[in-house]
Design a protein around this ligand. Structure first.
Ligand SMILES: Nc1ncnc2c1ncn2[C@@H]1O[C@H](COP(=O)(O)OP(=O)(O)OP(=O)(O)O)[C@@H](O)[C@H]1O
Length: 251
């Protein structure tokens, strides 16, 4: 069974279609890239999957995570899945981290809130192991977010996202704000950590898609205009918009 099945997803505001009849599936262990120019609807698609679309927008269609419907689900149900069955890493970790809590504690809290660890002692130990997994030094657990570099903060976000071993990980431009060396390290961590998971990876960077994903979907004006194996789409695009994206990325 697919981890994620999206069928005829639309997101609209006042009759404007921001996401327009989008359908796709992601299997366990599959890494799928979502590319497209700014404003094409990539983040909205991911937000709809996470059940995080703001109230003024209307979401229609079906999004099933491990068979469970997300569209129309109650906030309580969604909150139970978010951070446990599905997790998301954003471009700017500062907005997702609590500035007043040491990062080790934040990672532990991610587990305690979902009761995937029996007690705080156990969660603290697991948090230290996760921070080690994302190659942060031991002392990082005691740091506040502002005391870490952008790359280190993104490692914390990844540790938090992985804390409850979600079956779906969504990364939305996770490395865009980082320099090339750090970007490469974080991408390697994401690759290593998502071996058995479904990964939806949003980016502007086609080279990143080529190094991370097996399959890619190209979005334009809220629609998926082309999708397929990365190799096929990038070497012989069938849509003129994909050709355009490829040409722009080579500039
Ligand atoms: N709450 C909202 N109300 C109205 N329009 C919105 C809202 N949220 C997003 N949009 C619009 O929906 C469109 C798609 O936005 P989205 O953030 O999904 O684009 P994106 O492809 O992720 O772009 P970027 O790469 O710049 O992040 C944009 O035109 C945006 O202005």
């Amino acid at each position: 069974m697919s981890v994620l099945t999206v069928q005829s997803l639309t997101v609209s505001v006042d009759g404007d279609w921001l996401v327009d009849d989008v359908s796709f599936e992601i299997e366990p262990g599959e890494r799928v890239g979502l590319i497209g120019e700014s404003g094409s609807g990539k983040t909205l698609t991911a937000s709809a999957v996470m059940g995080l679309v703001s109230d003024e927008l209307t979401v229609r269609g079906s999004i099933r995570l491990n068979g469970k419907e997300i569209v129309g689900a109650r906030e309580r149900e969604l909150a139970r899945s978010r951070g446990r069955d599905m997790a998301m890493v954003f471009q700017e970790p500062m907005t997702a981290l609590n500035p007043t809590m040491r990062v080790g504690k934040q990672v532990a809290e991610a587990m305690l809130v979902h009761r995937t660890r029996p007690d705080r002692r156990d969660a603290t130990k697991a948090a230290a192991e996760l921070l080690d997994l994302v190659q942060l030094p031991d002392r990082a657990a005691k740091a506040y977010p502002h005391q870490l570099s952008g790359g280190q903060r993104q490692r914390v976000m990844l540790a938090m996202a992985l804390a409850n071993d979600p079956s779906l990980l969504i990364c939305d431009e996770p490395t865009t704000a980082l320099d090339v060396t750090v970007q490469k390290q974080i991408l390697e961590l994401i690759l290593a950590a998502t071996d058995d998971k479904a990964l939806l990876f949003i980016t502007h960077d086609l080279a990143v898609v080529a190094s991370v994903c097996e399959r890619v979907m190209v979005m334009r004006d809220g629609k998926i205009v082309e999708s397929g194996p990365v190799q096929d789409v990038f070497t012989s695009p069938s849509h003129e918009y994909t050709e355009h994206l490829l040409a722009v990325s080579l500039d």
